[in-house]
Design a protein around this ligand. Structure first.
Ligand code: NOJ
Length: 582
């Protein structure tokens, strides 16, 4: 069995705070100093001998279509990733990679529509290529996690082809089929995440099937035991091949109201918890996601990981912004996900005060014995450098890599890649077909390796599947490696400092009283080390009072290294790491 941490207290703190409400209701704000003792008790370290690898790892998400094209077809592939492992392991220095889907797929949702869970799509290579990649990563000490798409398959999956063939097919119930309403409307008013009804009428058998996303992504029925067994075997297949865990797609979506009630429209004073989701925002999603038996499915999935007797991990894509409910995906006995993905920083107002309140609220809600994670970007979100206040992407990097919890980086963010405008004739994302401004193409453009043709992503003369960003001549790995002050070199220095610092990797976390509306200051502490991180979110020079220490890292000045007695001066948008003598 794995060394899963045991839960000591109730799974969810009564201090449940919805991230969306933080700045307005102030519920988390008093925690900074007044709850110092109980707070630090919650932040105590685990026994190092039982700390799983993924607590200390820095993860790097690769969107395989866009990372490296080894065979010159314009699409990134597995051999391309293998050829760039030295960059990941040595040049940058990350510990684990998460690969978005590379399975067989008609590519309607670019791989998130799987037609064979246990084979590799020819666009990416073959199964041998997956094995080579995993082995080569492991030989460099890099762990590999892969996407596990739990909620749906492609409509071209043989399971669905069978299921739709007749009402009495043995696999009929592996998907969700229903009669329409008496007025010939779909069974419910549920809207698909990508807009439009989440039911499609199928003429072959005269019933509707449910799909949380595209009509070509029918929902799997996790209330059917045979489907559950088949899907758990998929997880075993990849664990047998050697993956170290899974990022679980749409993990909160799978179970819906068994009574299939219509969702109510949103009230007038409704506040959006996250980003604009188009038509999906017209309804309160009371009945079309996260029915309580979703936890049963996740527990079943976790038992498969446990079967493998090593520290396989799982991170569940949970787009729930009520922190108490979000935290319930650790499981009542910490028997569900190793971690629900923590997207809350991306939903938070970008200022020192709101971020501080959010961090406190997240920590309060993570159950005792569990561990959290932080991320600022992925293949579904506007690129970090284009989303936050101008000039603060380096500050964001320091925040992400110095909080207590596992950081997840998104490919290219380490270069400062920006959201790329993609012209109509090059657009690929099906969400953008339905709601233009929600297209995700701009955050999925090719990795920028050098200032040559196609930024080194595809060979010269090939048109990459999405256009290369205009700034590739300066924003690329090769050029940035030559500039000491580049964003890439800042990430490398930061990752070095983190690697050498047990306080940053797993020490306790406490907000420092010098924090203000402009500056966020926190302490990270282990048995042997005390670190302070200070982040200036303002565009003015700011003095921060701190006990004596030495600056060991600055986001804006690669040469900054100075000892100080009782205060430091931060430049506009500067963040620093300070080491204190014990
Ligand atoms: C969430 C994934 O992150 C997204 O890219 C995908 O389109 C949907 N789930 C459907 O699988």
């Amino acid at each position: 069995m794995t060394n899963r941490p045991q839960r000591h207290t109730q799974a969810v703190s009564p201090r449940a705070v919805s991230a969306g409400g933080l700045s307005s209701n102030g519920a988390a704000e008093g925690h900074v100093c007044t709850h110092w003792e109980s707070y630090s008790a919650r932040m105590t370290q685990r026994d190092p001998h039982t700390r799983p690898w993924w607590h200390e790892a820095v993860f790097y998400q690769i969107y395989p279509l866009s990372f490296a094209d080894s065979d010159g077809d314009g699409y990134g592939d597995l051999d391309g990733i293998t050829s760039r492992l030295d960059y990941l392991a040595d040049t940058l220095g990350v510990d684990a990679i998460w690969l978005s889907p590379f399975y067989k797929s008609p590519m309607k949702d670019w791989g998130y529509d799987i037609s064979d869970h246990t084979d590799v799509d020819p666009l990416f290579g073959d199964l041998g290529g997956a094995e080579r990649l995993i082995d080569a990563a492991h030989s460099r000490g890099v762990k590999v996690i892969v996407d596990y798409v739990m909620n749906h398959s492609s409509d071209e999956h043989p399971w669905f082809v069978e299921s739709r063939s007749s009402r009495d097919n043995p696999k009929r119930d592996w998907y969700v089929w229903r009669d329409g309403k008496p007025d010939r409307n779909p069974p419910t008013n549920w809207v698909s995440v990508f807009s439009g009804p989440s039911w499609t009428f199928d003429h072959t058998t005269g019933q509707w099937y449910r799909h949380t996303y595209l009509a070509s992504q029918p929902d799997l029925n996790w209330r059917n035991p045979e489907l559950v067994d088949a899907m758990l075997d998929v997880a075993r297949f990849w664990l047998d091949i050697g993956v170290d865990g899974f990022r679980v797609d749409a993990a909160h979506q799978m179970m819906k109201d068994p009574l299939e009630r219509d969702n109510p429209p949103v009230p007038e004073d409704w506040q959006r918890p996250f980003k604009d989701m188009g038509e999906y925002d017209d309804f309160v999603h009371l009945y079309d996601l996260a029915h309580p038996d979703v936890h049963e499915a996740h527990r079943a999935f976790q038992t498969v990981l446990d079967e493998y007797g090593r520290d396989a991990m799982s991170v569940g894509e949970i787009h729930i912004f009520d922190l108490s409910e979000w935290a319930s995906y650790y499981g009542h006995d910490l028997d569900e996900f190793s971690m629900p993905f923590n997207f809350h920083l991306m939903a938070c107002d970008w200022d020192a005060r709101s971020i501080r309140a959010l961090i406190e609220a997240v920590h309060w809600n993570v159950p005792a014995g569990a561990w959290t994670n932080w991320t600022l970007g992925n293949h579904d979100e506007i690129r970090l450098a284009s989303r936050i206040s101008a000039g603060q992407e380096r500050l964001a990097a320091l925040l992400l890599l110095s909080l207590r919890g596992t950081p997840f980086l998104y490919y290219g963010d380490e270069l400062g890649m920006k959201q790329t405008a993609v012209s109509d004739d090059r657009k690929k994302d099906p969400w953008g077909d339905n709601v233009e401004y929600l297209s995700r193409d701009g955050e999925r453009t090719p990795m920028q390796w050098n200032d040559g043709p196609n930024a080194g992503f595809s060979p010269e003369g090939i048109a990459p599947w999405l256009p290369v960003a205009d700034d590739y001549q300066t924003v690329n790995v090769k050029s940035e490696l030559q500039l000491p002050e580049s964003t890439l070199n800042m990430y490398r220095r930061l990752l070095d400092v983190r690697r050498e610092s047990e306080a940053l990797r797993f020490g306790s976390f406490m907000v420092h009283p010098s924090s203000s509306d402009e500056v966020l200051v926190y302490r990270r502490e282990s048995d042997h080390e005390t670190i302070t991180v200070a982040l200036n979110f303002s565009d003015a020079e700011t003095v921060v009072e701190l006990r004596a220490g030495r600056v060991v890292f600055s986001t804006v000045d690669e040469n900054r290294e100075e000892a100080f007695r009782d205060s430091i001066v931060l430049a506009p948008n500067e963040g620093v790491i300070v080491r204190h003598r014990r």
